[in-house]
Design a protein around this ligand. Structure first.
Ligand code: NAP
Length: 352
């Protein structure tokens, strides 16, 4: 198969560089365009900024000339890692010019015609794309992935909701500093500290799973009726979000092992379709008494799995557990890449 040319918008940032890393030697996609702000445009990627994610910038990227994100067109697929305030209008311009935009930004997540997608959770929501194209008159399209904290929370929510009927979720997150981009949280604020506010995060985590777990019907998506309460905290970890969840069910499992087995056995469309970036199992259940932990578990399945541990009864709701996932891989660039692979596998993007 000839590779599909793709662009990365925000290629000088933390998530943009994760895209570049994951797209290196990808079997279906080839990066032919990198774009960022006017501060970087016209320079080579090597001149425009440092490689932020460890190791050296791959030579083939270092040589590429950065283009302005306002210079739209030329590629069938773009991955957007732009800040929310820039992404809104910019992504529409690329979709109008014919690109299929896979966005990490929050700007279009609430649009009823834009799928908010995690391929294991709601692959059927891809059916919104033809409706979006028809209503907006775009030859391209926009598809978003959720916030990084939501992504890792909703992966176990999917099989638990199907098996036991989720009613309530209390979620406390301990989020890595790479989630704030580069240079992110000032060192004087985060070293020796916990910051109990991440602007807008709790609202996203309380709402996005309802769209993701919602049902697509003739008139759009009917949101799931689950009550979620989130406390989101920034902690002094570089990569990997940890989340403590308490859960109430309509039909609670008999014991923690029944709940764990549902998570362990969960497989979905990406595994059945053998998508190139799909983890063999999207949820790993660790037996470690003190797990999961960021340094130990964030790179599980190349950063594409969510690791769950400490499944036990909750004296207030029914059960509680701890989960952990990589925020810039499955929580951002890797999640978006898996969305694009699903769109190709479902025939929404022509193979090269
Ligand atoms: N980090 C995470 O864990 C994570 C997880 C999920 C979703 N996200 C979302 O992903 C997006 C990118 O986040 P990030 O952490 O990668 O941010 P970042 O490190 O700050 O990078 C931002 C990128 O956007 C470009 N940019 C900034 N202002 C621009 C402008 N006015 N016009 C055009 N380009 C502009 C920057 O280019 P220059 O270098 O030229 O300024 C850079 O390439 C955000 O929407 C964020 O909410 C992040």
């Amino acid at each position: 198969m000839k590779k599909i040319p793709v662009g990365v918008l925000g290629a000088t940032g933390t998530v943009g560089q994760r895209f570049l890393q994951l797209l290196l030697d990808h079997p279906w996609f080839e990066v032919t365009l990198v774009a960022a702000s006017d501060r970087s445009a016209g320079r080579t990627l090597g001149e425009a900024g440092r490689w932020l994610i460890g190791g050296d910038m791959p030579e083939q990227y270092a040589r590429m000339t950065v283009r302005s994100v306002d210079d739209v067109g030329d590629v069938p697929v773009v991955f957007s890692a732009l800040p929310g305030d820039v992404a809104g209008a910019t992504e529409i311009a690329w979709a109008r010019a014919g690109s299929f935009v896979f966005s990490n930004a929050g700007s279009h997540r609430r649009d009823p015609l834009v799928p908010l997608l995690v391929p294991e959770v709601n692959p059927d929501h891809l059916d919104l794309i033809p409706l979006q194209r028809q209503a907006r008159g775009w030859s391209g399209a926009i598809l978003t992935n959720p916030n990084c904290t939501t992504t890792h929370a909703v992966l176990p929510m999917r099989p638990l909701h199907d098996a036991f009927g989720l009613r309530k979720v209390l979620l406390v997150s301990m989020q890595a500093i790479s989630g704030a981009g580069y240079p992110g949280v000032p060192s004087m604020d985060i070293i020796d500290n916990v910051v109990p506010l991440i602007g807008g995060e709790e609202e996203k985590v309380e709402w996005e799973p309802l769209k993701l777990l919602g049902t697509l019907g003739a008139t759009g998506i009917a949101e799931a009726s689950i009550t979620i309460s989130a406390h989101c905290n920034r902690v002094a970890v570089i990569d990997g979000h940890t989340e403590c969840l308490s859960l109430a069910f309509e039909r609670p499992p008999a014991d923690a092992e029944e709940l764990s087995a549902v998570l362990r056995e969960f497989r979905a469309a990406p595994q059945e379709l053998r998508l190139p970036s799909a983890p063999a199992a999207p949820i790993l259940v660790t037996a470690a008494a003190d797990g999961p932990q960021p340094r130990r578990d964030r790179d599980a399945a190349k950063g594409m799995a969510t690791t769950v541990g400490r499944v036990r009864r909750c004296p207030i709701l029914d059960y509680k557990l701890v989960l952990l996932g990589h925020n810039t891989i499955r929580g951002a660039a890797g999640g978006s890449l898996l969305n694009a692979e699903l769109a190709v596998a479902q025939g929404l993007i022509a193979k090269g």
